[in-house]
Write a protein of this length. Structure first.
Length: 100
């Protein structure tokens, strides 16, 4: 019953009460790259930016999933991974990583 008496901790990034600087940084980078890739994918002439941001976002998100500790980190990483993947695939459709 001692667990029931603890006061609830309100934290945005970690639910276990411990700091996770690497996981938080990977989550922020993945979300940022995902937003950049997703938004720029809808502009045909920005295919280089969207495809590279999407590819790097997919790689950082995959590594972030591998080392993530809490459910909140995994949730945000999946959102960033999805946005990065959409941006990457649309960027590849519009011209690819090296232009074309």
């Amino acid at each position: 019953m001692a667990q029931a008496m603890r006061s609830p901790q309100i934290s945005l990034l970690s639910t276990d009460g411990k700091p996770h600087p690497l996981q938080d940084a990977l989550m922020a980078v993945t979300l940022t790259l995902g937003v950049v890739a997703f938004v720029t994918a809808f502009f045909h002439n920005l295919h280089l930016l969207s495809s590279w941001a999407g590819l790097i976002g997919i790689l950082t998100g995959a590594y972030g999933q591998f080392v993530s500790v809490t459910t909140r980190e995994r949730f945000a990483l999946i959102i960033g991974l999805g946005a990065s993947a959409i941006g990457f695939y649309l960027g590849m459709f519009h011209g690819g990583l090296f232009g074309g």
